[in-house]
Design a protein around this ligand. Structure first.
Ligand code: ADP
Length: 177
């Protein structure tokens, strides 16, 4: 099932929380900074051990990597890198969809039954939240058709984001990408 929650993702007692990371995976602002602060220095050390695929890149845009959650209530952190939004004409949709797809696949491979996502790319990366939410809900609902036992939460930080997701889930008005 899918649900919407509002609040700080670092407090959620789920098997995995997803981090809107950057390619170097060593922390940053927004939700990334909050997750690193709450998980403790061990998360930084675990991220450092993730091999670079090229200099400065541990996780290319659209891919996902998994680490333990350390001091977090969540068992795992799944780090994914959303696209920086330009104008919607630079493959942003597909890249954002890949974040959800690859994070969910990694969660399932690691036996997670409950996963919480932040609104990936909609902060500093500038993705319009309505468009991002349609992609998120579309990917999660497609995944749930083959993983009916899992619970996926959309963890919204703001009232506005929560309203966008609630409306989408109520109307079923998401697109398939
Ligand atoms: P990005 O660089 O992918 O845009 P940001 O961290 O800037 O990532 O923003 C992504 C979303 O995470 C935004 O909606 C922001 O409000 C939200 N956010 C920030 N801190 C938290 C938190 N502690 N828990 C959940 N969501 C958060």
């Amino acid at each position: 099932m899918m649900k919407v929650v509002q609040g700080d993702i670092t407090t959620l007692e789920v098997d995995a929380i997803v981090n809107a990371a950057n390619q170097v995976m060593l922390g940053g602002g927004g939700v990334d900074g909050a997750i690193h602060r709450a998980a403790g220095k061990e998360l930084f050390d675990a991220c450092l051990k993730v091999p670079e695929v090229r200099p400065g890149v541990r996780c290319p845009t659209g891919e996902a990597r998994i680490t333990p959650g350390f001091k977090l209530p969540a068992k795992f952190v799944i780090h994914t890198v959303g696209p920086v939004y330009r104008d919607g004409q630079h493959g942003e949709q597909e890249k954002l969809a890949n974040c959800y797809r690859n994070s969910l696949a990694l969660a399932a491979e690691n036996g997670c039954r409950s996963v919480a996502f932040p609104c990936i790319s909609t902060g500093v990366y500038g993705y319009p939240v309505e468009d991002a939410a349609r992609i998120a809900v579309s990917e999660v609902s497609a995944f749930l058709t083959s993983h009916a036992d899992m619970t996926i939460a959309f963890c919204c930080f703001s009232d506005y984001d929560r309203q966008v997701y609630e409306k989408l889930l109520k109307t079923g008005g998401w697109i398939n990408v």
